[in-house]
Every structure is written in structure tokens, then in C-alpha cells.
Write a protein that binds this ligand. Structure first.
Ligand code: FE
Length: 221
């Protein structure tokens, strides 16, 4: 007995495929997703509750998780060293559950000399376990195409001027590997507590398009 999603209706064959009218109302992509979901359920590969559980899990993730990891690395040199060499273990040690089958994660450090910029040229691969859903612009064709050929120009559009002296490294995410940028700790934060540092770490700084917030531009102080 298969489970039905709320959008499904049983047809005369007893199958729970969404009807054409429902698919049309949703638009092309949502309709296609619904059709695939229905088939997977029908064939017994997944249950309806699996989809909802995964959706809930994704919705529960946010850039704050990544920000906590970054802030810890800023205050704890040993953790930072482990984060850069064995990120999955270091992050699990902080109490985060990372699925054993998730794509390999690499953490790359931005410095005075090097700025990493993350993109997925093919689609929208992204370290969702630490940042949640990617922003719309990350998935756009414009970003995916231009980040590779004109990273400096793209960063400028985000308000980030990168000196010609700084090497820009563009990292292309795939289904097998995801990247998280460890942004530089902003100047003037030497006395700040870890909890307050977390608030300076933005989603975009962990993608590499902007630096972390400076305390002066933040509402923290
Ligand atoms: Fe992708």
C-alpha cells in the first residue's frame, strides 16, 4: 500500500498520480517534481513521509549553522586547523549531525592573499547541511556563468572591491564535493565573544562574494 501526498488523487487504476489539472496549476517544474515523486512512491522506492521529512530537514537548516562553525574557527586555532583538514569530523565534534552519505565538504580559508568564490556551474550544488537552501541568485544562470569568467566583476556587484593583488580562486561545486568559505575575521573584533562573532558571519561571506561584516556596520554593537 503506497502513501499519497496531499496533491495526489487515485485514478481508476488505483494509482496515485497527480491529475493533469493539478499539474497544470503548479507550472512545469513543480508538476514534473510531483510526477517523479508519485512514481517513486508508486514503485515503493520512497514513502510520501520521506519527502516531507527531507523537506522539514532542509527547512530547519540555516546559515547560522555555518556561522557558528566559522566563529568557532576564529576563536579556536586548533578547531580551525581541524576544520581545514578534516571538516566533517571537526563539524561533527561541534555537535552537528552530518549524514554519512552527504557529498564531501571542503572548507577553504580566505586570507589577505587569496579569496575563494563558490559556484556550481552546472546547477545549484551548495553546502545545504550548513547553509540551508541556496539563494536564488546562486542558482541563476547569470551567476553560474559569470562567476567563472569575471569573478571580480561579480563580486563588485555585491559591493566587494577586490584588489588586483588578491588572487581570486573560483571553486566549482559538484554532486560529489561542496565548499564552505572560511572568511577572514574582521579587524577590530579581537575582544568580541564567540556568540557575537557569529552575527558577523553572513551567508554571502561563506559563499565568498562578500567579506564578513565589520563590527562597525553591524547592529551587534
Ligand atoms: Fe549543482
Amino acid at each position: 500500500m503506497t502513501e499519497k501526498t496531499p496533491h495526489q488523487k487515485s485514478d481508476s487504476t488505483g494509482h496515485g498520480r497527480p491529475d493533469a489539472e493539478a499539474r497544470e496549476q503548479l507550472g512545469y517544474f513543480a508538476g514534473r517534481v510531483m510526477a517523479m515523486e508519485s512514481l517513486l512512491i508508486e514503485k515503493g522506492i520512497i514513502q510520501g513521509s520521506d519527502v516531507q521529512r527531507m523537506a522539514d530537514e532542509i527547512d530547519s537548516q540555516s546559515p547560522t549553522d555555518g556561522a557558528r562553525v566559522v566563529a568557532r574557527a576564529w576563536v579556536d586555532p586548533d578547531f580551525k586547523a581541524r576544520l581545514l583538514t578534516d571538516p566533517m569530523t571537526a563539524i561533527r565534534d561541534l555537535g552537528y549531525e552530518l549524514a554519512s552519505n552527504m557529498p564531501r565538504l571542503e572548507v577553504v580559508e580566505n586570507t589577505e592573499q587569496v579569496n575563494h568564490l563558490i559556484v556550481c556551474t552546472l546547477c545549484s550544488c551548495y553546502p545545504r547541511a550548513l547553509l540551508g537552501r541556496p539563494p536564488q541568485w546562486y542558482k541563476s544562470l547569470a551567476y553560474r556563468a559569470r562567476a567563472v569568467v569575471d569573478p571580480r566583476g561579480v563580486m563588485k556587484e555585491f559591493g566587494t572591491e577586490v584588489s588586483e593583488e588578491v588572487e581570486l580562486r573560483v571553486l566549482d561545486s559538484t554532486a560529489d564535493i561542496r565548499f564552505l568559505v572560511l572568511p577572514q575575521r574582521p579587524k577590530g573584533t579581537e575582544e568580541m565573544r564567540e556568540d557575537d562573532l557569529v552575527k558577523l558571519v553572513t551567508r554571502d561571506s561563506m559563499i565568498g562574494v562578500t567579506p564578513a561584516r565589520s563590527p562597525a556596520s553591524s547592529a551587534v554593537l
